[in-house]
Design a protein around this ligand. Structure first.
Ligand code: FHN
Length: 586
């Protein structure tokens, strides 16, 4: 189980916010679930190309990646004239997407501010022909639309300032004084963005790098001093802040405790790049939103407007589709808490609110749906998409010997929404579940690496848990991974081993893997029988499926499944990167 390290973050560091309890301060954010991130600045002009060359990497990093001298890059300001910028339209994009807050780059790493600043004239009002304060205009429109305005602020990197970090091509790091930068620009600008635009929802610091704890604390205190109710994200440094910010585009596996958020891109860049068209599908965005919320997180989804001030149409249409889904299913998202189950079922995800459990079904089962492990009585079940809330027939039973609670639901043959259809279960009291890993109602048993227990003999090089919920560094044959799982349907199962590729597509087979349940074993050499998209990093990781044979499970109830590697090929030195073991009814 992952843990959001900031769950009490900020409590010791904070000076001012005593006026409200932490729960009161966090309330709007915990209910909001979905926000718009906007990366916008001078980098929208080159849009990924400098002097005729396509510069690899994310668009807002072009100055750094192409080592553009300050004196050259800052001339972009004289050409920055986003005449099509319309704050009302941008806020409407967020509103139509069902988003509740908007976080814009008030200053990104290039040091250029999107607000009127006395601390530095390298800002949109003083340095561009446009001359308008976009933060002021957005503040006005956000207020009217009931959207919380929040500011991203790059506190450590400022490639324009001689005393800040990140620009090693113009300035010598050995001669820099970050304290001087904080005094001259960093802290004054934090005060400006918190005093010029009314109440601010949160400040989104980023890349604290080697800041000292005292420096991080100064920034955070400056926020809390100016606006005690303003939240601070988890990238202020040193674990200070109100919630944890996950890695970019990183959706953690399983259950996550504490408050957290995943910042994510719609394509592969944050700032606009004219040739990045690798857009995520609306279906994928809806499922990611559900996935994140089912684990208790918030989804901060980014757009990168053009230099004219337009949010790309491809972004707007996708976001609108998410918003349309939320119009029907928002009750199962806003203000909900994480699924009471600590694992991810194969058929979809769950969220909860009061005495309601919401089943977000991705894999529609046809006319019958089975859920194991829910212990409360279900008073009524219905589809959220059904305006009449017609009750779905449901039956509950308990198999005492197997320790298994089963709910059977009658569903229409076709899904109301193929991306995610929500069934509401009104339960007697808040949902209570058996937290033991259990077979899915449709028969699949998924044993994900993140929920497996590593049995590591002493003296062997330790297996490691990877960012995407894998088990890695499996380079010797002595460790085992085990799962305790409740099986509902005894019978014969096909056993598959799923191992993950490297991001460059590298994968190594030829290992000998053995899965056992009691005396039953399935053992085979790993090979690429099938390749699937990795659900956590669809665009660049894949799962390789190796069939291991069959095993027989002869009774319902709790069983222990063990995975051992009997032989490991080490030619490429990566070993099997375990994603999951799957048991499918034969
Ligand atoms: O370097 C930045 C990047 O440009 C972008 O702003 C992302 C958004 O989370 N944050 C940093 C990298 O993690």
């Amino acid at each position: 189980m992952a843990t959001a390290t900031q769950k009490n973050g900020g409590k010791t560091a904070r000076k001012a916010p005593a006026a409200k309890t932490q729960d009161q301060r966090m309330k709007w954010w915990r209910e909001a679930k979905f926000g718009l991130f906007i990366h916008w600045g001078l980098y929208a002009l080159p849009a990924g190309t400098w002097k005729g060359k396509k510069i690899p990497g994310i668009g807002e990093w072009i100055q750094n990646r192409a080592r553009i001298p300050v004196r050259e890059y800052e001339q972009l300001a004289a050409r920055f004239n986003p005449v099509d910028f319309d704050a009302k339209e941008w806020v409407q994009v967020a509103k139509d997407a069902g988003m509740k807050y908007l976080t814009i780059t008030s200053k990104h790493h290039d040091g250029f501010a999107l607000f009127k600043s006395e601390a530095s004239d390298y800002n949109i009002v003083d340095a561009t022909p446009f001359g308008r304060d976009v933060c002021a205009e957005l503040a006005r429109e956000c207020r009217k639309a009931g959207i919380r305005l929040c500011f991203y602020y790059s506190q450590k990197q400022d490639w324009h300032h001689p005393e800040a970090s990140g620009n090693t091509w113009d300035f010598d790091p050995a001669e820099q004084s970050f304290n001087q930068y904080m005094k001259d620009k960093g802290l004054p600008q934090i005060r400006e963005i918190l005093t010029q635009y009314g109440p601010i929802g949160l400040i989104w610091f980023d890349t604290p790098q080697d800041m000292t704890r005292a420096q991080s604390k100064k920034f955070v205190d400056a926020v809390y001093d100016a606006q005690p109710t303003c939240l601070v994200d988890g990238r202020a440094g040193h674990g200070i802040g109100d919630y944890e910010s996950m890695g970019d585009n990183l959706i953690p596996p399983g259950r996550v405790d504490g408050d957290w958020e995943t910042p994510a891109t719609l394509n592969d860049t944050w700032g606009f790049k004219s040739y990045d068209t690798n857009w995520k599908s609306a279906d994928g965005l809806i499922r990611r939103l559900v996935d994140i919320v089912s684990k208790g997180g918030n989804y901060l989804l980014n757009v990168g407007p053009t230099a004219k001030g337009v949010i790309p149409k491809a972004s707007v249409t996708r976001l609108k589709k998410v918003g349309d889904w939320l119009k029907v299913n928002g009750e199962a998202i806003y203000g909900t808490s994480a699924s009471p189950y600590p694992f991810e079922p194969g058929w979809g995800r769950m969220t909860a609110k009061g005495s309601r459990l919401y089943l977000h079904i991705f894999r529609w089962p046809g006319k019958q749906f089975v859920l194991h492990g829910l212990e409360n009585k279900v008073k009524k079940a219905y589809l959220l998409a059904d305006p009449k809330k017609k009750a779905l027939a449901c039956e509950q039973s308990v198999d005492e010997a197997a320790g298994l609670h089963t709910l059977q639901l009658a569903l229409p043959a076709r899904a109301p929404d193929k991306r995610a259809s929500v069934v509401v279960l009104e339960t007697a009291g808040a949902p209570v579940v058996d937290e033991t890993l259990v077979q899915d109602g449709d028969g699949l048993v998924t044993l994900e690496a993140y929920s497996g227990e590593i049995r590591q003999p002493t003296g062997t090089a330790p297996l490691e848990r990877g960012r995407f919920g894998t088990i890695e560094k499996w380079l010797n044959t002595r460790p085992r991974v085990t799962w305790q799982v409740k099986v509902a349907q005894p019978g014969t199962y096909d056993v598959n081993l799923l191992t993950q590729t490297e991001s460059d597509g590298k994968w190594e087979g030829g290992h000998r893997a053995k899965v056992s349940v009691g005396r039953q074993t399935a053992v085979a050499t790993t090979r690429k029988a099938e390749v699937r998209d990795n659900p956590r990093a669809t665009s660049y990781l894949q799962d390789v499926v190796s069939p291991l044979g069959q095993i027989e499970v002869n009774r319902a109830g709790l069983v222990e499944v063990t995975l051992k590697m009997e032989k490991i090929v080490k030619k490429k030195g990566i070993g099997p990167k375990l994603r999951a073991v799957e048991l499918t009814p034969a």
